[in-house]
Design a protein around this ligand. Structure first.
Ligand SMILES: [Fe+2]
Length: 190
C-alpha cells in the first residue's frame, strides 16, 4: 500500500473543441488544464504534507491538511466524472432502467430535469445525480450541494465566472451532454 493516491490528470477523452457550441474550446481548455490540474496538484501536495507529518510525529497542520485532501480530492474525482459523462455524440433522454428509476424517485423525467437544473443553478452550473445505497433511491440533487462532500456539485466560486458562458450557451442547446452517461450499474438499481 502507498501513502499516496498518486493523482494524475488524464487527458480529455475528446478534443478540446469537441463539445462546441455548448462548451467552447477555451472554456474546456481552462477547465481541464488549469482548474482540474489545480485540484490534482493540491491533492498531491496535501498528501505529501500528511506523510511528512506522520514521519515527524508533528500533527499540528494535519487537521487543515485533511480538509485540503477532501476539497482537492472531491475536485479531482468530480471533474473526472464530469469529463467522462459528456460525449460529442451524447444527448437525448435516458431510457431503460435509469429512466424507470428516475420516474420512480422523482415522479417523472420532467420532475427530475427541473429539479436537476435548479440544483445546478444554485451551484456553479452543474450538479450530480447520485444513488444513495442506504435509502436505495436516487438523491434529490438539491441535497448534494455541500461544497466538499464527495456527493457535492463542486459548485465552487472559482467555477462561476467561467461557467457562466458555458451555462448560457448550453441552455441554448438544452444541455445535450449530461443526460447521456448518468449511468448506474444495473445492480445498483435493485
Ligand atoms: Fe472546474
Amino acid at each position: 500500500m502507498s501513502e499516496f493516491s498518486n493523482p494524475e490528470l488524464d487527458p480529455l477523452p475528446y478534443d478540446y473543441d469537441a463539445l462546441e457550441p455548448s462548451i467552447s474550446e477555451q472554456v474546456l481548455n481552462w477547465h481541464h488544464d488549469t482548474h482540474h490540474q489545480g485540484y490534482v496538484n493540491g491533492l498531491e501536495s496535501a498528501e505529501e504534507t500528511l506523510a511528512e507529518n506522520r514521519e515527524s510525529g508533528e500533527f499540528g497542520s494535519s487537521g487543515s491538511t485533511i480538509r485540503n485532501v477532501t476539497h482537492n480530492g472531491s475536485g479531482h474525482y468530480l471533474h473526472t466524472l464530469f469529463w467522462e459523462n459528456m460525449d460529442p455524440n451524447g444527448g437525448g433522454e435516458p431510457d431503460g432502467d435509469l429512466r424507470a428509476r428516475i420516474e420512480a424517485d422523482f415522479g417523472s423525467y420532467e420532475g427530475w430535469k427541473g429539479e436537476f437544473e435548479a440544483a445546478a443553478g444554485e451551484a456553479g452550473g452543474w450538479a450530480l445525480l447520485v444513488y444513495d445505497p442506504v435509502a436505495q433511491q436516487l438523491v434529490p440533487p438539491a441535497a448534494t450541494s455541500s461544497r466538499d462532500s464527495s456527493m457535492s456539485s463542486t459548485g465552487t466560486t472559482s467555477h462561476t465566472s467561467t461557467n457562466r458562458s458555458s451555462r448560457a450557451s448550453s441552455k441554448q442547446s438544452a444541455s445535450p451532454f449530461f443526460h447521456r452517461r448518468v449511468e448506474l450499474r444495473k445492480d445498483d438499481l435493485r
